[in-house]
Ligand binder design. Structure first.
Ligand code: SAH
Ligand code: AVI
Length: 298
């Protein structure tokens, strides 16, 4: 489905919704990079520290000289640590954001002369066609808890696809924790997460000729404890109509557009999800505060 088709079908649902993969145009990727540096957004720092602290064991698990495929590679902050320790024979960053992918690939090429980089601009929910070489040498790396942005069914399909491609997988997963900590991480004081959320409507205006008035929407994020996920919404501040490429959408005051889920998994919950896709949880690295987990699956 195209961006327009996804927007039209999502805004036609009883609970309006937009797929989170569309957050990441050039502007959205830049805003996400600012989120990663916010004091409230503990995820990036926790995963960086975890990776740095266990890099020897992580590299031993992945195996030096492997082919490293990274999904949702973005800026590639943690990737540097891995590349330095692993020295893979090939690095395949996959990202839907062309701008982020190109920037990161250029920077990595400068920092790691001699590293073979084969960037793929595409959607990771579809199988990759470019792979050569043996499955047993490949490692799929999926950091950042991006797996939390998939529904459990989508996560299952993604894990099963990865298992068909690679013998080992390293997945960064945000852990369940105090709802106040989660709430702060998705409602930062500077409003960067709000800008990230609103950029989705700005992108629809830019690329699809939409007429959303951004001032008439507000960012809303909360922890849905029964479902174990942060939900992000854009709430309409008035009764209003928005048009996108000739389609009209009515929004009542207080009605929301659901823009993202961010599932949080306890270590055993994630292992069970991975097991249903045929993976065995071989390694688990967690920080002492129980913020974040890195799973080594075979
Ligand atoms: N791995 C980085 C970035 C995480 S942000 C980190 O840990 O900080 C999520 C990344 O996944 C973004 O770069 C976004 O562009 C990419 N992404 C989101 N949905 C995607 C999809 N369906 N296919 C490919 N890339 C996707
Ligand atoms: C990329 N992903 C794991 C982020 C998350 O935490 O779910 C996206 C994000 N949304 C709001 N802040 C960050």
């Amino acid at each position: 489905m195209s961006f327009l088709e996804d927007v039209v079908s999502g805004l036609s649902l009883p609970q309006k919704a937009l797929p989170p993969k569309y957050f990441y145009d050039a502007q959205g990727s830049r805003i996400f990079e600012r989120i990663c540096r916010l004091p409230e957004y503990y995820l990036t720092r926790a995963e960086m520290a975890l990776t740095r602290g266990h890099i020897g064991a992580i590299a031993a698990f992945a195996g030096s000289g492997c082919e490293l495929i990274e999904y949702g590679s973005g800026e590639g902050l943690k990737t540097r640590l891995l590349l330095r320790a692993l020295r893979p024979r090939l690095y395949v960053p996959v990202d839907i954001s062309q701008a982020a992918l190109e920037r990161a690939a250029q920077r990595l090429a400068r920092e790691f002369p001699g590293l073979r980089i084969a960037p793929v601009n595409g959607d990771f929910s579809r199988p990759l066609r470019i792979l050569s070489g043996a499955r047993r040498q490949r490692v799929v790396y999926f950091p950042g808890s991006t797996i939390g942005n998939l529904t459990p069914q989508e996560a299952h399909a993604f894990l099963a696809m990865s298992r068909a491609q690679a013998a080992r997988m390293l997945v960064g997963v945000d852990l369940k924790k105090d709802a106040n900590v989660l709430h702060a991480a998705y409602n930062d004081a500077r409003g960067v997460t709000a800008a990230f959320n609103l950029n989705l409507l700005a992108r629809i205006n830019r690329e699809l000729g939409g007429d959303f008035q951004l001032k008439r929407f507000s960012h809303y994020a909360f922890y849905n404890a029964p479902l174990g996920r942060i939900e992000m919404h854009l709430v309409s501040l008035a009764d209003q109509e928005a048009r996108v490429a000739g389609h009209r959408f009515q929004l009542r005051r207080g009605e929301s557009i659901h823009t993202e889920n961010s599932y949080k998994y306890a270590a055993d919950e994630f292992r069970a999800l991975a097991a249903r896709a045929g993976f065995t949880g071989k390694k688990l690295w967690m920080d002492r505060r129980g913020l974040f987990a890195l799973h080594g699956l075979t």
